[in-house]
Design a protein around this ligand. Sequence first.
Ligand code: C2O
Ligand code: CU
Length: 508
Amino acid sequence: MKRHGYHWHMLACVALIAIAAFAFRRPEPTPEPPAAPRPQVQATGETREYTLSAAPAPWELRPGLVTDAYAYNGQVPGPEIRVNRGDRLKVTLVNGLDEPTTIHWHGVRVPAGMDGVPMISQDPVPPGGTFVYEFVAPDAGTFFYHSHFNADDQVDRGLYGPFVVEDPAAPAYRDVVLALDDWLLDASGRRLQTSASEKERDIDNELDSVSASAAEASSAGGGHMMDGGMAMGGSMTGGMGMMAHDLPNDINGRFGDLLAVNGKAGSAIAPVALKRGERVRARLINASNAMTHALRASDGRALKIISVDGTDMAVPKAVGTIVLSPAKRFDLLVEDDGKPWTLESVGRKGIMIAFASAGESEAAAEEWKAATLPALPPEIAHRAPDATYAIATDVPMGATEWTLNGKAYDMENPGAPTKIFAKDRWAKVRVKNASPMAHPMHLHGQFVRVIARNGQLIPGAAQEDTVVVRPNETVDLAVFTDNPGDWVLHCHNLEHEENGLMTKFRVQ
Ligand code: C2O
Ligand code: CU
């Protein structure tokens, strides 16, 4: 009896282990969640109207340095557009340029016809033409708008602006928008046509090869984040490879050496005045064509990231250095402690944003709070990707171009979608980077979350719209396909985008 019982027990154990091992290797597919991971928008019934006139305009970057920019309503960045979540936004674009243009609402889940991609969402707006963009703002967060026509040139000349969607349920902090950019000009302010600044580009390669979303780093043990400027030196240079130098500058990306915040450079960068004890939300936007901006506090204080690409994080993530790739947004929670400090560039010179307290004490500020993102469906980590895109460079007929799966995108004739995704599903998209540069990959119309980098799972990653894929890295992305229509996936290094690194996909 005893022996028999023992055997029984053993057998049951072995069977359980076998089942467990089997289940571990081949997880049962869990049913797809039917509902969107974010609540559908509740329209407020309010409508906000703006007119944006795109036209050449002189722009003063600092006293005595004026450049011939392209501007919305005569200013760089363009006017801040601010609505509440659920408000209807109606923006009339007036094209005062002598070339076509469009506006893209970066990171915003707009209807496909409002997305501003030429030959996909709309026809380019001709010189003298107008177009009305109209949609209900679906998500709160820090977004930006920019030209999507000849974007490498038009955005570089100044056609971008902040788009803030407020969440009435979020802590009621005052906020400031800090849009970062770089300019490549001669001493008299004339725009240089070549991307000649190799030094800046090399710094960028180093920053990009270690950068990743801070929210990813929080669960991946911090491996991707630099914790203070000193961490930059060692490991990076070895890994970046020499091939980046072999690429011509005009395809590497345009890097300027004059850095600007909200259209102002050097001592013209406006300080941020805090009230004693106040909490402020600083909305950082990287509007550069190609440049990655790394920033830290002059006194080494921790920077608290509370939002990534427009989505608030339940728990602020404290880091020594933030690394913003092109098109990325981080919101920082700035808490005044009475001591002045500066937010400044790491690895290069130019961004110096002074924070100092002035004025009366405020009533105690509200504590930070935000909802936790729902977990990804567990099966997505193990199943095969629904689509795979491999990034490479190619040199057909002597002219370098960027390719996805061997094909450079044709702006004039995008052709058939390279992938059709079923609507309201979790899709798994794999991006393989076989090139020597990092690529901030941006997906239009839906949010994405990183599942894994080089096969290593990254649990609890943030919700993003632009994800850096480092040299020789493979990144798996989870995409909830809740926005039907034709969209693009592209690199947000705008020289890469305009030289082939883009593809059209469909959600239906
Ligand atoms: Cu901000 Cu398709 O871009
Ligand atoms: Cu790229």
